[in-house]
Ligand binder design. Structure first.
Ligand code: SPD
Length: 276
């Protein structure tokens, strides 16, 4: 099939995937949703032509957005995931036996449907009895809760459209109120090659609210830029204050205790972006 899906990164950079098979495409109430089959990357889910996940490398993103904060908290019981309707982040969280409840706040129920239909290996844990799926605005849900979660993860799309509010200082204030007294927060914050201003601003905003603020990185080939960033804000626990005895070992393919610590070793050009 001679059909290409193209993610436009800048006026001069695009990432195009040749479609082997178009499995699904629709306009939902919020966005255009498509799932394709690709020869090298497996199944790929797009939202508004932005790659969200591919079965080839999704484990890197989902493990790193989940296990780094899960292992930073000594006993994470209640976790909120904002976005992440494909279920990959939830799949990693429920690997931890400490977890009693995971609330998934996804605005677009069609994303959950498409993941269940076409990405079973990513969405499988959505049926776990500890998981509650709330179709609705994660920003609203966060503001309705106080002192409720050990960990809040924002597994969002890019900071445009419905996802934009999830990258604001005001939202981070609400996140802090929704967290317990030793809670922590992680969000995906795009690539340091293309999103310097965003990463700098998020780090500044988080450090105005949380005593511990960190940035960490992972290599995710299907996201433009390849090198991906995650921003962490914590009320008490520092992800760097861990040694191997503290890690709860789960079955992972990218994350490990050594990778956890190494992910916080920032190259000089990234340190420069955030001024450390
Ligand atoms: N530029 C796209 C970043 C997408 C990050 N979230 C993906 C959701 C996967 N669970």
């Amino acid at each position: 099939m001679n059909l290409w899906f193209t993610e436009v990164q800048t006026k001069n950079v695009m990432l195009s995937l040749a479609t082997e098979n178009l499995l699904h495409i629709e306009k939902t109430d919020y966005q255009e949703l498509a799932v394709i089959e690709h020869k090298d990357l497996g199944r790929v889910l797009f939202l508004d032509s932005v790659i969200q996940t591919s079965t080839r490398d999704e484990f890197v993103y989902h493990e790193m957005i989940s296990h780094v904060p899960m292992n930073t908290h000594p006993h994470p019981r209640r976790v909120l995931v904002v976005g992440g309707g494909d279920g990959g982040t939830v799949r990693e969280i429920v690997k931890h036996p400490t977890v009693e409840k995971v609330v998934l706040a996804e605005i677009d129920e069609r994303v959950v449907w498409a993941a269940r239909e076409y990405l079973p290996e990513i969405s499988a844990a959505l049926g776990d009895p500890r998981v509650e799926i709330r179709i609705g605005d994660g920003n609203v849900l966060v503001r309705e809760n106080e002192n409720a979660f050990d960990l809040i993860i924002v597994d969002s799309t890019d900071p445009v459209g419905p996802g934009e509010v999830l990258f604001s200082r005001d939202f981070y204030g609400a996140v802090s109120r929704a967290l317990k007294e030793d809670g922590l927060f992680v969000a995906q914050t795009e690539s340091p090659f293309y999103n310097e201003d965003l990463i700098r601003r998020v780090q500044q905003d988080l450090s105005a609210i949380f005593p511990v603020t960190r940035l960490y990185l992972a290599a995710i080939p299907t996201y433009p830029g390849g090198l991906w960033s995650f921003s962490l804000g914590s009320k008490k626990h520092d992800p760097l204050d861990l040694d191997e005895r503290d890690f709860r070992h789960c079955a992972t393919r990218y994350y490990s205790p050594a990778v956890h610590l190494a992910a916080f070793a920032l190259p000089p050009f990234v340190r420069q972006i955030i001024g450390v």
